[in-house]
Each structure stands twice: as C-alpha cells, then as structure tokens.
Design a protein around this ligand. Structure first.
Ligand code: FMN
Ligand code: SF4
Ligand code: SF4
Length: 246
C-alpha cells in the first residue's frame, strides 16, 4: 500500500521502524504520509510507540515549513475513532494532521469467534474498490487537501469500539501469550521467525517457534506458516490464512 501510493505520488517510501525523523531532516520535507493498519479500532502498539519516539515540533514549525501530514489507515471493515486517536497522539508532539483516509483491504484478523479471513469474492470486490479509492486519495494528497468525515469509515458504534472495547481487547488479546504451535504440523522452516517484524520469535532446539513477549499482534507469523501450524488459543481453529509474499 505505502509503496503503491509513494509511486503514484512520486514520493519516497520508508519503513516506519527506519524512519525516526530528526528535526533537521524534517526541514527538507513538505509532506509526510503515515500508512498503517488499524488494529482493535485503534493504532497498532508498535505505531503508538513509534509516534511517542518522534521529535516534538517547536511551536510554529509546521506552519513555517508548510508541512502537510496525512495518514492512510488500512482496515478489514471499519476504524472506529482511530483517526481521533492518531490526531491526539500526534498533537501531543506538536504534529499537524491535515488528512486521514481509511481503505478496506483483506481482513487478517482471526483471533476471536466470528472473525475470519474474507471469502474470495469479497477479496476481489475489495481489491477493485481499492484501486479506485487509491486514485482518489492520491489526487487529494497531491492537492494537499484536508480530509472530510466522508474519507473514513468509522462503522457502527465507533466510540464504543475505540474507547470501551479497544482497551479490553488490548489487555486481553494484544499479546503473544495464547500463541502455540502444533508440533506435529510444524516443519521447522523458520518463516515465522524470519517474518516477525519485532523479532519476537525464535526457534527452539527442536526447530519449533517460541514467542518472547513483545508482540504487536500483526498475525504475520500465523498467516505465513506454510503448514498452518500456528494457533492462537482455541480461537483460530478452522480459520483461514491470507497469502503473504515472502
Ligand atoms: C490484531 C488485529 C486487529 C485488527 N483490528 C481491526 C479493526 O479494528 N478494524 C478493522 O476493520 N480491521 C481490523 N483488522 C484487520 C486489518 O486492519 C486489515 O486486515 C489490514 O489492514 C491488515 O493489514 P496488514 O496486513 O498490513 O496487517 C485487524 C487485524 C489484526 C491483525
Ligand atoms: S509476527 Fe507474530 S509474534 Fe511477531 S509481532 Fe506479529 S503476531 Fe507477534
Ligand atoms: S512457519 Fe510454521 S512450519 Fe515454519 S517454523 Fe514456523 S510454525 Fe513451523
């Protein structure tokens, strides 16, 4: 997603973990896009931590630089009030946020009853809509427009989801305590270990994954396993996987 948008806009793509922005570097930029998935109707833990490490902008800096900050939030269904959480977190650092867009993509969340990967026809529909939506978003960004309420999909009961359900979701489910591996299925290929963005998995002497307690719950390990051997408690029984190019 970030790559596609960067290409359309003629901008440079950078992974969040590598882009801890220094004030001096910011002086050379006039627009910054933050592109990340919505987890539990809010920001992924790793994104919250990244924002907290950003430099605080001096008063007047953003206006002086005419800095345009936008965000594209990817989701399976809806974002609740993630846009408000993001705006508030950036504002605490003196950062502006002129535009927030949400886009629906394939759903990766499978760890609760009733949540599963999308059926192929839904994936296809989402993909078609996405292409058109990206064109419209790129045009707005190109014109450095402010977004409107219509640019995000809060879904039903957004306040309840973000401010009541999200804290419960985070304290019970945003961790790796419930991950385990079906050792009869696991072939010890190490794909889960290599793909984990937080290096939170290591292979034991028996070549099975072991989780080390600092997880952002992206589920990349679950989806990338070629043997579908990774489980999250009992909730992933019979659930699908999305294809990950790796
Ligand atoms: C832990 C987790 C929580 C999620 N929470 C939401 C959510 O609150 N709303 C939503 O529409 N999609 C949710 N999703 C789905 C993803 O946002 C969506 O499939 C997509 O943005 C994933 O992108 P990624 O492959 O870059 O992680 C969640 C996915 C995960 C793994
Ligand atoms: S790959 Fe697995 S262990 Fe690593 S952060 Fe994502 S969910 Fe957690
Ligand atoms: S990706 Fe699957 S098969 Fe490979 S080591 Fe991890 S759990 Fe085992």
């Amino acid at each position: 997603m970030a790559k596609v948008l960067a290409e359309r806009l003629g901008e440079q793509e950078s992974k969040m973990e590598k882009a801890l922005l220094e004030i001096e570097y910011l002086k050379s930029l006039n627009s910054i896009g933050l592109i990340f998935p919505v987890y539990g109707w809010g920001l992924p833990l790793a994104v919250e931590q990244w924002i907290d490490r950003l430099p605080s902008l001096p008063v007047g800096f953003a206006a002086q630089q005419a800095l345009y900050v936008y965000s594209v939030l990817t989701c399976g269904d809806d974002i609740g009030r993630t846009d408000a959480l993001l705006r508030q977190r950036l504002a605490a650092k003196g950062w502006p946020l002129q535009a927030v867009f949400s886009v629906q993509m394939r759903n990766t969340y499978v760890c609760l009853p009733g949540f599963d990967t999308d059926q192929p026809d839904l994936v296809e529909t989402k993909e078609k809509v996405l292409q058109e939506r990206l064109k419209a978003i790129a045009a707005c960004i190109d014109r450095r427009q402010d977004s409107t309420k219509a640019d995000v999909t809060p879904g039903s009961f957004p306040w309840l989801k973000t401010y009541v359900l999200r804290p419960l979701f985070n304290s019970w489910l945003t961790n790796d305590r419930h991950f385990h591996v079906d050792t009869k299925q696991c072939i010890g290929c190490g794909r889960c270990e290599r793909l984990c963005p937080l290096h939170n998995i290591r292979l034991t002497k028996e070549n099975a994954p072991e989780w080390m307690g600092h997880c952002t719950h992206c589920l990349a390990c679950y989806h990338v396993c070629p043997k579908h051997a990774i489980r999250y408690g009992l909730f992933t029984k019979g659930k699908g996987q999305v294809r990950i190019n790796f």
